[in-house]
Design a protein around this ligand. Structure first.
Ligand code: GDP
Length: 507
C-alpha cells in the first residue's frame, strides 16, 4: 500500500510570499483545519479538549508549526519553517522532517540568499523541490532569465509546467501546459476566480515564447525530480490565486510519500510495523508560569495510537504519550491515530530533546538529524550576580530546546553559549529576560569553536590534565574542547590521535 501522506515545507526568502501561499494552500485544500478547530465528535472531542486545555492554560501556539489538510484522499502535512533572514538551527532541523519542499521565488527578485541557503540544506538530503514563481501579476524579470537563474545558481534542471501570459500591466493569465488551459484574471481585483479557457490561440511574440518554453527545456521526469536533479516550475500569484490548485495537484501527484529514514542500522522503511519517529523541534511554552514544552515528532513508521508507550532514546525507559497533539485533517473518523509522515506534538517537561528517537522497542536510532558545530561563541554576562542559579537553569533549558548550545568551562565562572546564527543570540537574550527574568548581555569569548571529545576514559583524562584551561562541560556533563582557532583543533587532533574531536555531538 502506498501512503497518501505528503509531508513538505515551503522554503523562500522573506517577502517572497510564503505566508500568502500557505493561506491559499490551506484554503484551497478544503477546510483549514488547525488543531484547535477540530469538530468535537467521539474520540475527537477528547482530543479537542486536550488541545484547548494545553493551548489556553499554557499559552502555547503550535497551530502554525504543522498544518494539515486533505484533498482528494491525499493528506498534506505542511511544516512551517521560521521565516527569518538569518537562518537558525530550527529551520534546518525542520527540513529533516519533510519529504519534499516547495521553493517560492519572487518573479521580480529571482533567487535570493535565504532561498539559496535553504535549497542547499534540501540538496544535502536530496529533498525534491517543486518551484513556484510567485507574483507574476506584477512586473517581474523576463521568464527565460528567471529559469536560467534557477538552473545556473542552483545547478538544477528546470522543467516549466506552466507559463505566464505577460506579467504586471499586461498580465493575461497563466497557461497550464498539462491541461492546455489558461486561467484568466477576472473582476476589478484581477483575481483568478475559476475561469479557465481551453483552445486559446496565442498570437505573435507570445505564441513564439510559449513554443520555445514548451520545447526548450527538459521534459518533466519524476525520477529526476525525486532525486533532486530536476525541478518542475509553476508560475502564479499567491495573492490572486493563480497556480495554487496546480501546485497542490503537483504535490499530490509527484511529491514522494514518506521516505525511509537513515538510522544506525540502515534505513527504516515507513512500512515497518513498529512505531518509530524522531524529535526535530522542541517548542517551549510562551507562558513564563509553566516550563512545559512540546516536542514535535516526525513519524517514520507504524501507527501511533493515543496513550501508547514509547521509549525516548535519551531516556531508555518508556513514557506514556497520553495527551499528544495530533494535527487533524478534516473528516477523519479515527482522529487519534497518526502514521508515517505525520507529526505528533508531545507535551513534556524537558525529557524529550531535539534529535531523540522515539520507538516502541528502543532498537532504532535515527541519524539524519544534523547537529551544528557552533560558529559563534559568546560569554554570558549577568547584570545581577545573585541570579546565577536562574541563569544556569535557563541555559540548560534553552540548550535542551536547541535554541543555543551551552558550555561550562572547567576554570573561571563565565559560561559560554554557542550558536550557528546571530539570530539565536537575540532570541536567547530576549527569552532570558521575558521568561526567566534574567538580564544578561553577551561578550566576546576567546574561543572560535568547540569540539566534543570522544575516546577511552584514560585518553580523555590524559588530555584533560594538559588542557584544563580550554576544557568545558556541556549540559550533559560531557567534555568539550574549546578551541581558539581551527588550527588549534588540527594541532590537538594530531597530538592526540586516540581522541576524536567531534564538530557535533551525537546523542
Ligand atoms: P513571506 O514573508 O514570504 O511570508 O511573504 P508574505 O506572504 O507575507 O508576502 C509579502 C508581501 O508580498 C505581502 O505584502 C503580500 O501581500 C505580497 N504578495 C504575496 N504574494 C503576492 C502575489 O502573488 N502578488 C503580489 N502582487 N503580491 C504578493
Amino acid at each position: 500500500m502506498t501512503s497518501n501522506r505528503r509531508t513538505f515545507a515551503i522554503i523562500s526568502h522573506p517577502d517572497a510570499g510564503k505566508t500568502t501561499l500557505t493561506e491559499k494552500l490551506l484554503l484551497q485544500g478544503g477546510a483549514i483545519h488547525l488543531a484547535g478547530e477540530v469538530k468535537a465528535r467521539g474520540a475527537a472531542r477528547r482530543a479537542r479538549s486536550d488541545w484547548m486545555k494545553i493551548e489556553q492554560q499554557r499559552g502555547i501556539s503550535v497551530t502554525s508549526s504543522v498544518m494539515t489538510f486533505e484533498r482528494d484522499g491525499v493528506t498534506f502535512n505542511l511544516l512551517d519553517t521560521p521565516g527569518h533572514e538569518d537562518f537558525s538551527e530550527d529551520t534546518y532541523r525542520t527540513l529533516t522532517a519533510v519529504d519534499s519542499a516547495i521553493m517560492v521565488i519572487d518573479a521580480a527578485k529571482g533567487i535570493e540568499p535565504q532561498t539559496r541557503k535553504l535549497f542547499e540544506v534540501c540538496r544535502l538530503r536530496s529533498v525534491p523541490i517543486i518551484t513556484f514563481v510567485n507574483k507574476v501579476d506584477r512586473e517581474g524579470k523576463p521568464v527565460f532569465d528567471l529559469l536560467d537563474e534557477v538552473a545556473d545558481t542552483l545547478a538544477l534542471d528546470v522543467s516549466p509546467q506552466s507559463w505566464p501570459i505577460g506579467m504586471g500591466g499586461v498580465f493575461e493569465g497563466v497557461l497550464d501546459f498539462g491541461t492546455d488551459t489558461i486561467s484568466r484574471p477576472e473582476g476589478p481585483s484581477k483575481e483568478f476566480l475559476g475561469k479557465r479557457e481551453a483552445d486559446v490561440e496565442l498570437a505573435g511574440p507570445m505564441a513564439e515564447e510559449v513554443e520555445l518554453a514548451r520545447h526548450g527545456y527538459p521534459e518533466f521526469d519524476i525520477e529526476a525530480y525525486r532525486h533532486g536533479d530536476l525541478t518542475p516550475v509553476y508560475f502564479g500569484s499567491a495573492l490572486k490565486n493563480f497556480g495554487v490548485t496546480e501546485l497542490i495537484d503537483a504535490i499530490a501527484r509527484f511529491a514522494p510519500p514518506p521516505r525511509p529514514q537513515p538510522s544506525e542500522a540502515g534505513p527504516i522503511e515507513p512500512t515497518r510495523d513498529e512505531v518509530t519517529g524522531f524529535v526535530f523541534k522542541v517548542q517551549a511554552n510562551m507562558d513564563p508560569q509553566h516550563r512545559d514544552r512540546i516536542a514535535f515528532m516526525r513519524m517514520v513508521s507504524g501507527t501511533f495510537k493515543r496513550g501508547m508507550k514509547l521509549i525516548p532514546s535519551g531516556l531508555g525507559k518508556p513514557i506514556a504519550v497520553h495527551s499528544p497533539i495530533l494535527f487533524f485533517a478534516q473528516d477523519r473518523e479515527l482522529a487519534d491515530t497518526a502514521e508515517a509522515g505525520d507529526i505528533i506534538g508531545i507535551p513534556n517537561h524537558g525529557t524529550l530533546r531535539v534529535g531523540d528517537t522515539l520507538s516502541e522497542k528502543n532498537q532504532v536510532r535515527f541519524t539524519g538529524l544534523p547537529n551544528f558545530a557552533p560558529e559563534i561563541l559568546r560569554r554570558v554576562q549577568l547584570k545581577d550576580p545573585t541570579k546565577t542559579k536562574q541563569l544556569r537553569k535557563a541555559l540548560d533549558d534553552l540548550s535542551e530546546e536547541g535554541v543555543i548550545q551551552v558550555f561550562y568551562p572547567e576554570f573561571g565562572g563565565q559560561w559560554i553559549v554557542g550558536v550557528v546564527g546571530q539570530l539565536q543570540l537575540d532570541v536567547l537574550i530576549s527569552r532570558l529576560s521575558a521568561e526567566y527574568k534574567v538580564e544578561a548581555s553577551l561578550e566576546a569569548s576567546p574561543f572560535a569553536t568547540a569540539r566534543w571529545l570522544k575516546g577511552s576514559p584514560e585518553a580523555i583524562k590524559g588530555f584533560e590534565e594538559f588542557n584544563r584551561a580550554n576544557l568545558a562541560r556541556d549540559r550533559d556533563g560531557d567534555p568539550v574542547f574549546m578551541a581558539k582557532s581551527a588550527w588549534d583543533v588540527g594541532y590537538q587532533q594530531e597530538k592526540n590521535p586516540d581522541i576524536t574531536f567531534g564538530a557535533t555531538k551525537e546523542r
